[in-house]
Ligand binder design. Structure first.
Ligand code: HEM
Ligand SMILES: CC(C)=CCC/C(C)=C/CC/C(C)=C/COP(=O)(O)OP(=O)(O)O
Length: 479
């Protein structure tokens, strides 16, 4: 993906004020929905039983939160009206219809909220208020995604030959720089070089975030127990996690060594440069697999089964079946990164529970919003590899639109976790603030359409997930 100039079709791009107002309204609605779903904050909102103002001093935190919720609701209403007025002339038909739906639903939402507040009704009506808020959130997100696509969809770097054919001109097309790096790597010798090579087989750069996933699963489960989380459970879970990620990463290197040679990003990998022999790598992967299962088995059978299942899924299902054959490889492959959440929950409880499952769902939905940015930045590389990645099969504009879809789905799933668990203000503020940053980098990706913008959104995806997982751990274990 290069700078937009190389793909410019039309010269006029509409004023970004419309999408900026949509983003502000979307983040505002998300803040309202998260506050409404966070038990402690929702109780505070309900503390005010008069409307539209509250009786009692704003010095009372509960009154302050209740008034803040209503003020935010009024500001969001203003933003939605402003976005509609500013953008109406440039909005597509389906964006106009969606905004019309939101403008019709919003007064109903305010009415239900006022009724719940003044009557003290709980149950179904309070849930309806939350669900209506989620519907407004999804509607605004769709309006944003569709408007961004309409404004930037004509810029495409997409080639026309199908991925498999593009693999035909393989080795000759690997950039000279990659070959130089690869030959430099393979020239390294000695014990240190060998150790480094085996370390690289384990994909260490993924580990910090995957271990945070398992740790958040443990923290959520520990919150349901009376006894404290034991150090042994943490060490066995993370030890098993590191070894199992290393095992699956090693098998992934073994199975992709020929394709890795054709891609600039992976041409210098230990098996692509024959720094490590294939038989040795296979033995290394098997040893790591056994070691990881032994550690998981010290916890319980469920954790051991999930660990083995994750290795098998990533090494075989994703690497051999999904990645080379379907444009949905990233979506379905998201199961691999979601399983550590189940392992963390199972390590503490011995079973699979709803909060652990919803946390796994957050990672599953986050994965396309994470990887599609790299698929855009490394599009030419993936073409050389012959992988049917989304930008190659469906185009860059559709890929950017799907990143918004999966980002919004991730934020919603993160909010469901709020409703299912005693997570508090720290988690709520992390998912709203870092979610807003992540969303803004994706909007900029639509406008800039450069590798730099794609990498910015990629790192924002890691920062968002890292932040909310850390907030889960602190919220559940410290606060
Ligand atoms: C289908 C699923 C996924 C795909 C296709 C994918 C793809 C990638 C790729 C290609 C890279 C660059 C690696 C490199 O060039 O060495 C990467 C980096 C990374 N991925 Fe993913 N990933 C996936 C899922 C996950 C999951 C589930 C997590 C953690 C929860 C994760 C965390 C990371 C991290 C932390 C990095 C390193 C970023 C850095 O180097 O600064 N990925 N991913
Ligand atoms: C507990 C356990 C074992 C969990 C598995 C977690 C895990 C390793 C997830 C990785 C997800 C993934 C598909 C990464 C990219 O692979 P890729 O082949 O697309 O990346 P590449 O092109 O850089 O090789």
């Amino acid at each position: 993906m290069n700078a937009p100039e190389s793909h410019v079709v039309s010269t006029e791009s509409p004023s970004p004020r419309f999408t900026k107002l949509l983003v502000a309204a979307l983040v505002g609605v998300y803040l309202l929905v998260v506050v409404g779903a966070t038990a402690a904050l929702a109780d505070a909102v309900r503390a005010c039983s008069t409307w539209p103002l509250c009786s009692g001093s704003i010095a009372d935190p509960q009154i302050a939160i209740a008034l803040g919720h209503r003020l935010a609701a009024a500001i969001v209403a203003g933003l939605i009206v402003a976005a509609t007025v500013v953008g109406w002339s440039q909005a597509t038909t389906r964006v106009k219809r969606t905004l019309g739906f939101v403008l019709a639903l919003y007064p109903i939402q305010i009415g239900v909220g006022a009724f719940v507040a003044t009557t003290g009704v709980r149950g179904r009506l309070a849930e309806l208020h939350l669900l209506t808020g989620a519907m407004i959130f999804v509607s605004l997100a769709l309006a944003l995604a569709w408007q961004l696509e309409a404004e930037t969809g004509q810029f495409e770097a997409r080639s026309t030959t199908p991925p498999a054919d593009r693999a035909a001109h393989s080795d000759s097309s690997v950039p000279a720089s990659a070959k130089a790096v690869a030959s430099g790597r393979s020239a390294e010798t000695g014990v240190v070089a060998t150790v480094r090579a085996y370390y690289r087989l384990m994909k260490p750069r993924l580990m910090w975030l995957l271990c945070l996933v398992a740790s958040a699963g443990m923290a959520l489960a520990a919150g349901t127990k009376t006894e404290p989380l034991s150090v042994q459970t943490v060490l066995l879970t993370l030890g098993g996690g590191v070894l199992s990620i290393g095992a699956s990463g090693t098998f992934n290197h073994v199975l992709e060594r020929d394709v890795d040679r054709r891609m600039a990003r992976t041409a210098d990998r230990p098996l692509a440069t024959d720094t490590v022999g294939v038989p040795n790598a296979i033995v290394f992967g098997v040893v790591l697999t056994i070691a990881s299962i032994v550690l998981f088995a010290q916890l319980n059978a469920t954790a051991a089964l999930l660990g083995f299942g994750a290795i098998a899924f990533y090494s075989v299902v994703y690497t051999l079946v999904l990645k080379p054959n379907t444009v949905q490889n990233t979506v379905i492959g998201g199961v691999a990164g979601a399983i550590p959440a189940l392992i963390g929950w199972a390590a503490v409880t011995g079973s699979i529970g709803w909060p652990g499952f919803v946390l796994a769902g957050v990672i599953f939905l986050w994965t396309p919003a994470h990887f599609y940015n790299l698929a855009l930045a490394y599009q030419e590389d993936y073409e050389r590899g012959g992988f049917p990645m989304m930008p190659i099969v469906r185009g860059e504009s559709t890929t950017r639109k799907h990143i918004v879809y999966y980002l919004v789905a991730t934020l919603l799933a993160a909010n469901v976790l709020t409703a299912l668990t005693p997570l508090g203000w720290l988690y709520a503020s992390a998912t709203v603030s870092l979610g807003a940053v992540f969303l803004w980098t994706v909007v900029r990706l639509h406008r800039e359409r450069t590798d730099q913008a794609a990498f910015r959104a990629f790192h924002a995806s890691n920062a968002y997930l890292g932040a909310i997982l850390t907030a889960v751990i602190i919220d559940m274990m410290v606060l």
